[in-house]
Design a protein around this ligand. Structure first.
Ligand SMILES: [Zn+2]
Length: 274
């Protein structure tokens, strides 16, 4: 079963919802979009053999924290650490270069084998319409809604300096679904291949694929301890006892996990159990 179109479906929903909300005078913030993304994806992936588990810190502790994506299969994992940023009605990612976030992200990733990533939420701002490019994969789809969610390597974003407008950021991004395209019963293999296709800037206005310009150090690692712990959260042993008792135990484990993960406020595991 191919999962590419399911991811694309979720991106489209986010795009359409954000557009609709904006026209109703509402603004969806990163947190809302992220919750929506996880919720929709969880539902869409049912029956595919990919299970999505996600936990987050308490609301107060979430501000500015990183988000971890961990792709797991058998005893291996590919780990990413990212920041989610939304497009503003000005057609700029206004909070993109917040303090030295990009450098900090890259640094924290390089020390523990994570890929540094940005996840962008897009919509079509009426006062400053955007022109997303066609991004081909062998699946058939039309512009522009699959750009509702897209990703970039943080090392590419670093080359932008303080520029944050859609036109400058866009060539460095790849639609979210493209990360899992050509999934052939092995999620890690798909992610590994696709990640190297993320565009980077090689010269002013000239772009290449990450994998062509340097060795992409995509590290397949053993499953980190905190992820095993998290996956255990959903195993049956825990479901002994009444609802209250169970909830308390789950809360304790979540605390333990986040105590070890400084600066991380959300962890999402894509578990390939096919
Ligand atoms: Zn595809």
């Amino acid at each position: 079963m191919d999962i590419c179109y399911k991811f694309r479906d979720v991106s489209s929903s986010l795009w359409n919802e954000a557009n609709y909300a904006h026209r109703q005078g509402e603004t969806f913030h990163e947190e809302t979009l992220t919750q929506r993304l996880i919720f929709l994806l969880k539902r869409k992936l049912r029956g595919t053999g990919i299970y999505l588990n996600s936990i987050s810190r308490s609301k107060e502790a979430q501000d500015g924290g990183d988000w971890e994506w961990v792709f797991v299969r058998n005893n291996e994992a590919i780990k990413m650490r990212l920041q989610a940023k939304r497009l503003y009605p000005s057609a700029k990612y206004e909070k993109l270069h917040y303090k030295n976030q990009t450098e900090a992200l890259i640094k924290s990733c390089s020390s523990d084998g994570y890929m540094p990533l940005y996840c962008f939420y897009n919509f079509d701002p009426p006062i400053a319409p955007i022109e997303p490019r066609i991004f081909t994969c062998h699946h058939d789809y039309r512009l522009p809604s699959y750009w509702g969610c897209c990703v970039a390597d943080a090392r590419g974003i670093l080359t932008l300096g303080s520029t944050n407008d859609f036109g400058a950021v866009h060539p460095l991004t790849m639609p979210f679904h493209r990360l899992v395209c050509n999934y052939n019963q092995n999620l890690l293999e798909a992610v590994e291949n696709n990640y190297s296709k993320i565009p980077i800037m090689i010269r002013d206005g000239e772009y290449s694929e990450l994998g062509q310009e340097r060795t992409v150090p995509i590290i397949r690692d053993s499953i980190p301890h905190h992820i095993s712990k998290m996956l255990n959260l959903y195993r049956t042993e825990l479901f002994i006892g009444d609802g209250q008792e169970r909830e308390k135990r789950v809360d304790e484990i979540k605390h333990e996990i986040f105590d070890d993960r400084q600066g991380v406020s959300r962890i999402t595991v894509f578990h390939d159990r096919y």
